[in-house]
Every structure is written in structure tokens, then in C-alpha cells.
Write a protein of this length. Structure first.
Length: 287
């Protein structure tokens, strides 16, 4: 573990600490970053987060600002951000196997994380949203670890790129490249066509959605991933999974970090804090 630490502004009563650490992936160590309050944090709740990057890129720094804001807005739970094997190194299922391994590692290393072990949530944005959704499936299918919830932020869930919000992109010159980038990302992550229908690659195509943990799914008006996120929410609801789905106001998505910037907005953070409070049966932290 790297003892290097960084400080971030809190809410006037708390101070947020982050620390680099090594977590166990499926085939070897992965880089991780731990966020927690220096004093008086919520040690009963751990959020394990997976970054975006289209399965082929991304790192811990990409969502650093978002996770600091999330920790503050959600009452200072313990937050663990983890990397995973990117497709250029090894394609599917390496990333999702890493994700399940990280959840299992976290459940075994409570003291190292400063977490009581009471509740664990999995979360992710964009490709990390896919990985978080699949990690929840794998935890159910393999019997551990037990998850209290899943938070999917503008998730990539449909390798077929078949939804209306995705198909509209080529007709919009300033967004056409986003469709190309999504297609290229899936080609890298799923080089074998047969894998594209696997439920651990395409959660939207899964016929087994019962008994998954409660879900919060966030989309935005102008996000090309909007329709697949909302379709997945509808399928979870039909399967009896308690699911909250929210479409947020339009946000600029052309810039590399735009999804994380969008997730940092007050509305998104409030929805996440409200969802977590609902799992606790408590009122949400102040807006």
C-alpha cells in the first residue's frame, strides 16, 4: 500500500482523505484509491466504483473529482475506486472478472478499508456502469459478496448500439463521432461476435434479472446511452428489482470528461444521496 495521502475540502465539519492502495483483481493486483472521512465518516457503508473510458481507456484520476463530491454529498461513506483490465490488454471477460474479484477482496479486507462490512454498493459510470451492473449479476450468481445496491450512471449496456438515442447520432454531425467511438469501444472489448449476446457483456439482453440488488440508474436528455439505460431500468422493474430511474437535464458530452462533470452536478449527487438514504431507511443528507 502506498502511504501517500491527499486532502480534499469537506463540508466544514469533515475532512476527506484519499489514499492509493493495491487491490486484488482476477489475475493480479490492480490500482485502487480509497476515499474516507478523517473523522466521523460512515464506516458502515462502502461504495465500490468503476471508472468509464469505453472499456479501452480511463483511470482513477478520471472520476476523482466526482468521487470526492459523491463522498461529501452522501454523508461520507467509505468509497473505493478500482481500475480493471482494459480491453487493449485483455478483452471480455477480463474486466468483469476483475470487478467481481475486487468486490470479493473488499469483503475480505474490511479493516484495511476502515469499513464495518455492513453494506456494500457497486457503482460505475459509462463502461464502468456496465461493469458495475455485471458485477451485481456475478455476485448474485456466485453467491457472494452480498450487495445492498447498484448505482449505474449513464451506463453502456447494449453492444448492438440499437436504441433510438444511439441510432440518432450519425444524423447529427457534431455527435456522429460518439457513435463511432462507442462502436470502436465494443469492437475492442468484444472482439468475438458471439460474446455480444452474453449477459455479462450485454446486461440489457439478459433474461435473468431477478434477485438483483436495488438499482439507481441515471441518464441525461442528450446522452446517446439514454435509451439503453432506461430500457434496462424498465427490465429490472419488470423482474421485481426495486429500481429508481432518473433522466437529468441535458449536458455537454463531447469533451472527454463530460460524463464525470455531468455526474458532479447537484441533481445527480442529490439523486445518489437520496437513493443511499432510502436503502438506509433514513432521510437524505441536506441538498
Amino acid at each position: 500500500m502506498d502511504a501517500k495521502q491527499a486532502r480534499a475540502a469537506g463540508d466544514g465539519e469533515h475532512e476527506l482523505e484519499s489514499r492509493e492502495l493495491e487491490v486484488a483483481g482476477f489475475e493480479g493486483p490492480l490500482a485502487g484509491r480509497l476515499y474516507r472521512a478523517v473523522v466521523d465518516g460512515r464506516r458502515d457503508l462502502l461504495i465500490v466504483f468503476f471508472h468509464g473510458g469505453g472499456f479501452v481507456d480511463g483511470d482513477l484520476d478520471e472520476a476523482d473529482g466526482f468521487l470526492r463530491s459523491l463522498a461529501i454529498a452522501s454523508g461520507y461513506p467509505v468509497v473505493l475506486s478500482s481500475t480493471y483490465t482494459l480491453a487493449p490488454v485483455k478483452p471480455f471477460p477480463a474486466a468483469v472478472e476483475d470487478a467481481h474479484a475486487v468486490l470479493a477482496w473488499a469483503s475480505r479486507n474490511k479493516a484495511k478499508l476502515g469499513w464495518t462490512g455492513k453494506r456494500m454498493l457497486v457503482a460505475g459510470i459509462e463502461a464502468g456502469g456496465n461493469i458495475a451492473a455485471v458485477a451485481a449479476m456475478m455476485a448474485r450468481d456466485r453467491g457472494a459478496p452480498r450487495l445492498a445496491g447498484q448505482i449505474l450512471i449513464m451506463p453502456m449496456l447494449d453492444p448492438g448500439l440499437s436504441t433510438c438515442s444511439m441510432r440518432e447520432l450519425p444524423s447529427c454531425p457534431d455527435k456522429a463521432r460518439l457513435a463511432d467511438e462507442c462502436a470502436a469501444a465494443y469492437r475492442g472489448y468484444l472482439p468475438h461476435a458471439a460474446d455480444r449476446s452474453h449477459p455479462y457483456a450485454s446486461p440489457l439482453q439478459s433474461s435473468r434479472l431477478k434477485n438483483l440488488p436495488p438499482a439507481l440508474i441515471l441518464s441525461t436528455d442528450d446522452d446517446p446511452l439514454r435509451d439503453e439505460a432506461e430500457a434496462y431500468a424498465a427490465r429490472l422493474i419488470a423482474a421485481g428489482v426495486p429500481t429508481t430511474v432518473r433522466r437529468l437535464a441535458a449536458a455537454q458530452l463531447q469533451e472527454p470528461n463530460a460524463r464525470n462533470e455531468c455526474a458532479c452536478t447537484g441533481h445527480a449527487l442529490y439523486e445518489i444521496a437520496n437513493f443511499i438514504a432510502g436503502l438506509d431507511g433514513q432521510p437524505p443528507p441536506g441538498r
